[in-house]
Every structure is written in C-alpha cells, then in structure tokens.
Design a protein around this ligand. Structure first.
Ligand code: ATP
Ligand code: MG
Length: 94
C-alpha cells in the first residue's frame, strides 16, 4: 500500500469577493484514517468539501486526492471518491 496520504492539501484557499471562506488550509489524511472536520457555522467546512469533491474551484493552493491533482485531474478524482451530502438534493420520493 502506498505511503502517500489519501488527501493532501496545501494552502487551499477559497474567496468569495472580499470574504475568505477557506484560508490557506493545509492538512493530510492518511489511508484508512477517519477524519472529522469540525467548526462553527460559516467556518468554511462545506466550502472545503466542495473543493475536495471538485464542485468548486479553489482560488489558490493545491490538493491531491489519492495522488490525483484536484484541479488538473478532476475527472480522476471524481472516479475514486464517494460523497454523501448532509441534505440530499434529489427528490426524496426517488
Ligand atoms: N457561494 C457563496 N457565495 C458567497 N459566500 C459564500 C458562498 N458559499 C459560502 N459562502 C460564505 O463562506 C463562508 C463559509 O461558508 P460554509 O458554507 O463553507 O461554512 P460551513 O462551515 O459549512 O457552515 P455550516 O456549519 O453552517 O454548514 C460563510 O461566510 C458563507 O456565507
Ligand atoms: Mg456547511
């Protein structure tokens, strides 16, 4: 098994105009590790996850998921991740 962390972010940043929602977040999550992201309302958790799932481009910084570059290999990242959101956007009757 590769020793490379499954998630690596380096100074990952997202701004909305003057607001910095995620400010140079640098972290590593190792393979097999369970990682919890805690923070007050508006701390930037959802924005961070949206970037990691390729749904929102970072303003600056880099990230690698399973060795794939988040921005330049987004399709490969999507193939190796699963995402269950807090609120389902699909019709509940489905
Ligand atoms: N599309 C957007 N346009 C402008 N500002 C945004 C946008 N998305 C998020 N923000 C702002 O970025 C900040 C971080 O929001 P985010 O939703 O990431 O926080 P959160 O930690 O997920 O909060 P919660 O615990 O309430 O879910 C907030 O100030 C929010 O208003
Ligand atoms: Mg949120």
């Amino acid at each position: 098994m590769s020793a490379e962390p499954i998630v690596v972010t380096q100074a990952l940043t997202r701004r909305f105009g003057d607001l910095t929602a995620v400010d140079a977040l640098t972290l590593e999550v190792r393979r097999g590790e369970v990682f919890g992201l805690l923070g007050r309302n508006g701390a930037g958790k959802s924005t961070f996850i949206k970037m990691l799932t390729t749904l929102l481009p970072p303003t600056s910084g880099t990230a690698r998921i399973a060795g794939f570059d988040l921005v330049h290999e987004a399709a490969a990242v999507r193939r190796v991740i699963g995402y269950v959101p807090q609120a389902l956007s699909a019709d509940g009757e489905l």
